[in-house]
Design a protein around this ligand. Structure first.
Ligand code: SAM
Length: 224
C-alpha cells in the first residue's frame, strides 16, 4: 500500500512519535507519546482488566500497529507480571525500517531490541516474541480484518475522527463489539460525542474516564 510521508517528532515526555504529513496528524499526544499509551491502553485497559479478571492469558486486538508502542509496553507488562498475552494488531501502512530504527521507546539496548523484533516480526503469522508475549500482525484495515471473536480487549488507536471519520463509524464499532467476549473492554484516547453515541449504539456500555496528558476525557467501552 502507499507509503505516506512520516516525520519523526519528539513529544514533551521525551519519547518519539510520528507526524503523518498528508493528514497533519500525529500518532500520539504531543504532550507525551509514551505517557499517553501507558495511561490509555496499559493502565486503563490491560492492567485494569488483568486485575479485575485475574486471567493468566489475555487476547488483545489493536486497531493501528503504527510505531509499535502499545505492543512494546504490553510486552513489558506481560514479562513483569507473568501474564501470557496474545497480541493481534492491524496496520494498513507499516512503518518502514529507516523510521522504526530511530524510535526511542526502549531505555536499554535490550528494550530497543524488543521494539525492533516487534517491527521485524513477519506479517500474518503468530510469532513468539518473549516467553509471555506472542504477536500476530495483520497488514490490513479494521474494515478488512476478520478473526475468531474472542478477544478480551481492544486498543482502539486510530487517527482522530476529525482526520479519519470512517474508521470510527458504527459498522466498525459493531465489528469491535462482535470481536470481544462478554466482559471484554475497548479503550481509546478519544471522547468525541458522536463516537460515544456510536459506541453505545453498537451495544457497549460507555464509561467516560479522566483523559491522559491534559485531555479532559477518554473512553472505555464494556461489552456486558
Ligand atoms: C494514531 S496512529 C497509532 C498507531 C499505534 N498504535 C502507535 O502507537 O503508534 C493510527 C494508526 O492507524 C493506522 N490506520 C489507518 N487507517 C486504518 C484503518 N482503516 N484500520 C486500522 N488502522 C488504520 C495508521 O496507519 C496508524 O498507524
Amino acid at each position: 500500500m502507499t507509503n505516506h510521508k512520516l516525520k519523526l517528532i519528539t513529544t514533551e515526555d521525551g519519547s518519539h512519535s510520528l507526524l503523518r504529513e498528508d493528514l497533519n496528524e500525529t500518532y500520539h499526544s504531543f504532550h507525551g507519546a509514551r505517557s499517553e499509551s501507558a495511561y490509555v491502553f496499559i493502565e486503563q485497559c490491560l492492567r485494569y482488566y488483568a486485575e479485575q479478571t485475574k486471567k493468566g492469558r489475555i487476547r488483545i486486538f489493536e486497531v493501528g500497529f503504527g510505531t509499535g508502542l502499545n505492543a512494546f509496553l504490553a510486552a513489558a507488562l506481560a514479562e513483569e507480571n507473568k501474564v501470557a498475552l496474545e497480541f493481534h494488531s492491524v496496520e494498513p501502512f507499516p512503518v518502514v525500517r529507516e523510521i522504526f530504527e530511530q524510535l526511542n521507546f526502549g531505555q536499554t539496548p535490550e528494550e530497543q531490541q524488543l521494539l525492533h523484533r516487534l517491527h521485524e516480526s513477519p506479517w500474518e503469522s503468530p510469532q513468539s516474541i518473549t516467553s509471555h508475549f506472542s504477536l500476530v500482525k495483520h497488514e490490513t484495515t479494521l474494515e478488512g480484518f476478520s478473526a475468531a471473536s474472542d478477544f478480551d480487549m481492544i486498543f482502539f488507536d486510530a487517527f482522530a475522527p476529525s482526520k479519519q471519520a470512517e474508521v470510527w463509524e458504527l459498522a466498525n464499532l459493531k465489528k469491535c463489539f462482535d470481536l470481544l467476549q462478554p466482559g471484554g473492554i475497548l479503550t481509546t484516547y478519544c471522547a468525541q460525542g458522536q463516537f460515544k453515541r456510536n459506541l453505545a449504539a453498537a451495544g457497549f456500555e460507555v464509561q467516560t474516564l479522566k483523559g491522559a496528558m491534559g485531555k479532559k476525557e477518554m473512553v472505555r467501552g464494556v461489552r456486558n
